[in-house]
Design a protein around this ligand. Structure first.
Ligand SMILES: Cc1ncc(COP(=O)(O)O)c(C=O)c1O
Length: 368
């Protein structure tokens, strides 16, 4: 048993790096008396829109709500179908279900993202949208997906929850479809201290509708023009996100550096993710694909105190809640094969070189 250890993630390290700034932010927001829909939120929305290269951004309560409110704004609801993938965090599909629409799954490629070749056969006369997920911070094949959407009169909603800063052919995710949904959950590359989310769009109608819907459908303090939700990003969290936005590219580069080290050191013994020419991944997760995955995971924890994770161990179409959708095991062979082989290694900007090398050496020892 090793005396070193590597956590899967340690959020306290980043907090400590920025703690003094956060104390100042807390004082400044506290003293401003603006806690909901304040100036910091407005400033964050402007800056994040510029960062994602879109006209508009709306701060909402979480990434799930960004997708829910976006679909509501587009009028997607009961009777409609949305094409998505079975290997994501449950909320990509929870969002579709909660507007009353039906998800239609398509299989993924080896890179864990939507396989554009599988989309056409999933389109019916009820299909309204395609919702690719940029899983692990890696952009989905947006050219091919957008082309199919265009040919079939569908809109593309990007689930960019894990991928802030990622690019496809030089364009930021969140700017590639009619809207993008981002999460500011503590585990995301840009995160706040609680829940938070962002919707991005170039579409003025969607923007204005989501502004209304996130605030009870209130046009002004006393006039409700639509039934909406209470789904606003807190002013304090927005102020924190603004501070973090200043260092986001540095943090994302660190994710990419760590990924490059793992790739370099492990690429000859396990399957590692490799950016293709037009992809710029931000490696929210670094997922290797291996034989004897469960044994490796146990070994790393037991013999080397290294924590790893599986994102996500159960495919969505096999979840108890998905029973009524009528899918069965075997429907998505690629996703079902990969789910048994994938393992997420520790990756976060403050991970040290020593820790990375400990992970590398333990994996090499296992396969020796
Ligand atoms: C792919 C994906 N979609 C949607 C979400 C939902 O975001 P949130 O947890 O902020 O609601 C998450 C994050 O948890 C996610 O990873």
């Amino acid at each position: 048993m090793s005396d070193k250890s590597v956590p899967f993630v340690d959020l306290t390290r980043q907090f400590e790096d920025l703690e003094d700034d956060f104390v100042d932010i807390f004082k400044s927001i506290g003293r401003s008396g603006q806690y909901v829909l304040g100036d910091a939120l407005g400033e964050f929305e402007e800056k994040i829109a510029a960062y994602c290269d879109v006209k508009y951004a709306v701060g909402v309560a979480n990434g799930t709500d960004a997708l829910v409110l976006g679909m509501k704004a587009l009028g997607i609801g009961p009777g409609d179908e949305v094409i998505t993938v079975p290997n994501s965090f449950i909320s990509s599909v929870g969002a579709i279900m909660s507007v009353g629409a039906d998800p239609r799954f398509v299989d993924v490629k080896n890179d864990l993202n939507m396989d554009p070749n599988k989309i056409k056969s999933a389109i019916t006369d009820r299909t309204k949208a395609i919702l690719p997920v940029h899983l692990t911070g890696r952009p989905a094949e947006m050219d091919a997906i957008s082309k199919i959407a265009q040919q079939n009169g569908l809109v593309v909603l990007e689930d960019a929850a894990q991928a802030i800063g990622a690019m496809y052919s030089g364009d930021k995710v969140g700017s590639l479809g009619v809207l993008g949904g981002f999460s500011l959950h503590p585990l995301k590359n840009l995160h706040v201290y609680g829940d938070g989310g962002i919707l991005t769009t170039n579409n003025k109608d969607v923007y204005e509708e989501v502004l209304l819907l996130r605030n009870h459908g209130l046009k002004d303090r006393s006039t409700c023009v639509k039934w909406g939700l209470n789904s606003r990003l807190d002013n304090l969290q927005a102020a924190i996100a603004l501070r973090k936005l200043e260092v986001l590219d540095i943090l994302n580069n660190r994710f990419r550096e760590i990924a490059a080290m793992y790739r370099e050191e492990l690429g000859d013994i396990v399957e590692v993710p490799v950016d293709t020419g037009h992809e710029h991944s931000v490696y929210h997760n670094f997922v290797i694909q291996v034989d004897q995955r469960n044994e490796l995971m146990d070994y790393l924890q037991r013999e080397h105190n290294i924590s790893t994770a599986i994102h996500y161990p159960s495919l969505i179409h096999t979840q108890p809640a998905a029973k009524s959708l009528g899918y069965v095991e075997g429907d998505f062979p690629n996703a079902e094969r990969i789910v048994k082989r994938m393992l997420s290694l520790p990756i976060f900007p403050e991970l040290t070189k020593d820790e990375i090398l400990h992970v590398v050496s333990a994996i090499r020892q296992f396969y020796k």
